[in-house]
Design a protein around this ligand. Structure first.
Ligand code: NDP
Ligand code: HSE
Length: 425
C-alpha cells in the first residue's frame, strides 16, 4: 500500500518516524506493507536528513504526487484551507482514501469533503483533527451511534490550556507562556488560531456535528479567545477557589443546540481543573451511556502522529477488504443552532463599588431586573470603597450581558473589574 504524505512538519515528520519504526507491525495489522512513496513539502531545500528517508521522496509538487497512479492513500498534514482542499478533493475523486489532521479545513468545508468521499467511494478519516491523540472522532462517529448525546464539555486546545496552566502555576506572563507552547510544537503555524479560539471553534464544530447529527458551521460556534486574559483574572479565579480553563461546550436541548468556546472559571475540585499543560479532556454526557471522560495529549507531533497512524491502518484495511466507512458527517438531525445570547450561562462578576448603605441592594436589584438570580455574593470592605464578588445562577447569556451593561452605568459602581463565565459547579 503506497502513501502520499502531504506535509512533513511537526506532525508529518513524526508520521515518517513512527511508520519507519513500526513497519513490520503496521504490515501485520493491515495485511500488507504500507510505505510512504512520496512526501510533499513547501521548502525543497530544507535539510531533512535526520528523517533518514531518501532525498528523492521529497517533492514540492503535491498535486502531482496525489495523482500518481501508484498512490493508494493520501495523508494530509500540511494544514490550511488551500491548497489542502484541492489535494484532498482530487484524491477522493480518484477513489484514494484520505487521512487528515486539518480541523480548519474540515470545519470550513466538511460537507463538501464528505460529499467528495461519497462520490469517490473513498474513506475520509480525521481522528487527529480534534484533541490530537485522544480517540474522540471515532467514538462520536461509531461508538455512540446507538445513543443520544446531550452535552460535550471539555478542553480541546492544548496551546491555550498550556498557557492558562503556566500562568496559574508558574506565574509567568501570557507572552512567555505562548512562546513556550510554540517552541514545544503545540501551537498552530499562526498561533492566533489558538489564542483567538479559531482552532477550538473548528474542533467544536466537528465535535458538535458528529454528536448531534447536524451540520454545525464554523460561523455557528460562539468564539472567545484567551488573548485578553490577565494575571488579575487568574488571581480572581484563585481567590474564588476556581481556575480558568479554555472550554468547549456543545449542548442540546428542546430548542436546538448551542456550541461555544471561551475561557471559563471552574471549581478547583472539578476534574477538568487538573487537566494541565497541553493535555485535553472531554466529557460526553449521553442518555444511556451516562457520563464519560476522555483524557490525553491534545497536541504535539508524536501524539498527533499516533492518531494519524491509527487512521492509516483503518483506511488501509478498508481498502484491502473493499469496505468503506459510513460517511463521516450525517446532517439528518437538522437542529437549530442557537446564538450565544440564548445559551444558558453563569457569570462570575467582580465589582468595585462605593461602600455605603443600599449599594448591595441596588446591585442585586440590577441582576433581578434582568431576570438573573444570584448564587453567591461576597463583600470586602476597602476603606470608603468595597469589592463585591457575585456568582450568578444560570440565565440566558443575553440577560447576563444586559445586566453587566447596566451595572457599568451605575454611578455607585466604580468599575466592573473582572467578568468570566462560570461552569462546572
Ligand atoms: P507544520 O507547520 O509544522 O508543518 C506543515 C508542513 O506542511 C510542513 O512540512 C510544510 O512544508 C508543509 N506545507 C505547508 N504548506 C505547503 C504547501 N503549500 N505545499 C507543500 N507543503 C506544504 O504544521 P503541523 O505539523 O503542526 O500541523 C499540520 C496539521 O496538523 C495542521 O492541519 C494542524 O492543524 C494539524 N494538527 C497539528 C497538531 C500539533 O500538535 N502540531 C495537533 C493536531 C492537528 P515545509 O516543511 O517545507 O515548511
Ligand atoms: N494547536 C493545536 C492545539 C494543535 O494547541 O491544540 C492540536 O490540534
Amino acid at each position: 500500500m503506497k502513501i502520499a504524505l502531504l506535509g512533513c512538519g511537526t506532525v508529518g515528520s513524526e508520521v515518517v518516524r513512527l511508520m519507519r519504526m513500526r513497519t513490520t507491525e503496521l504490515a501485520d495489522r493491515v495485511g500488507e506493507t504500507v510505505e510512504i512513496a512520496g512526501i510533499a513539502v513547501r521548502r525543497a531545500g530544507k535539510d531533512r536528513s535526520h528523517l533518514g528517508v531518501a532525498d528523492d521522496l521529497f517533492t514540492t509538487d503535491a498535486i502531482g504526487l496525489v495523482k500518481r497512479p501508484d498512490i493508494d492513500v493520501v495523508v494530509e498534514v500540511a494544514g490550511g484551507i488551500e491548497p489542502a482542499k484541492s489535494w484532498i478533493t482530487t484524491a477522493l475523486a480518484e477513489g484514494k482514501s484520505v487521512v487528515t489532521a486539518n480541523k480548519a479545513l474540515l470545519a470550513a468545508d466538511g460537507p463538501a469533503l464528505a460529499d467528495a468521499a461519497r462520490a469517490g467511494n473513498a474513506d475520509l478519516y480525521y481522528e487527529a483533527a480534534a484533541a490530537a491523540a485522544i480517540p474522540l472522532m471515532r467514538p462520536l462517529r461509531d461508538s455512540f451511534q446507538g445513543d443520544t448525546i446531550n452535552q460535550v464539555l471539555g478542553i480541546v486546545n492544548g496551546t491555550t490550556n498550556y498557557i492558562c496552566s503556566r500562568m496559574s502555576e508558574a506565574g509567568i506572563s501570557y507572552g512567555e507562556a505562548l512562546q513556550e507552547a510554540s517552541d514545544l510544537g503545540y501551537a498552530e503555524a499562526d498561533p492566533t488560531a489558538d489564542v483567538d479560539g479559531y482552532d477550538a471553534a473548528a474542533k467544536a464544530a466537528l465535535i458538535a456535528s458528529l454528536a448531534f447529527h447536524t451540520h454545525v458551521d464554523l460561523s455557528d460556534v460562539h468564539r472567545e479567545g484567551i488573548a485578553d486574559l490577565t494575571p488579575a483574572d487568574i488571581k480572581a479565579a484563585a481567590d474564588a477557589g476556581r481556575v480558568i480553563k479554555p472550554l468547549c461546550i456543545a449542548s442540546r436541548d428542546d430548542d436546538g443546540i448551542s456550541v461555544r468556546v471561551h475561557p471559563a472559571m471552574i471549581p478547583l475540585g472539578h476534574p477538568l481543573a487538573n487537566v494541565n499543560g497541553a493535555y485535553n479532556a472531554v466529557f460526553i454526557e449521553a442518555e444511556s451511556a451516562g457520563r464519560l471522560m476522555f483524557y490525553g495529549a491534545g497536541a504535539g507531533g508524536t501524539e498527533t502522529a499516533s492518531a494519524v497512524l491509527g487512521d492509516i491502518v483503518t483506511v488501509a484495511r478498508n481498502r484491502r477488504s473493499g469496505a468503506r466507512a459510513f460517511p463521516p458527517e450525517a446532517a439528518y438531525g437538522e437542529r437549530t443552532v442557537k446564538p450565544i445570547g440564548k445559551a444558558r450561562t453563569r457569570y462570575y462578576v467582580s465589582l468595585e463599588v462605593v461602600d455605603e448603605p443600599g449599594v448591595l441592594a441596588r446591585v442585586a436589584a440590577t441582576f433581578a431586573h434582568h431576570g438573573v438570580s444570584l448564587a453567591t455574593v461576597h463583600q470586602t470592605g476597602r476603606g470608603e470603597d468595597a469589592q463585591l464578588v457575585v456568582v450568578t445562577h444560570y440565565a440566558p447569556d443575553e440577560q447576563l450581558t444586559a445586566t453587566l451593561d447596566e451595572l457599568k452605568r451605575l454611578s455607585l459602581v466604580h468599575s466592573v473589574s473582572s467578568t468570566m463565565r462560570v461552569e462546572g459547579d
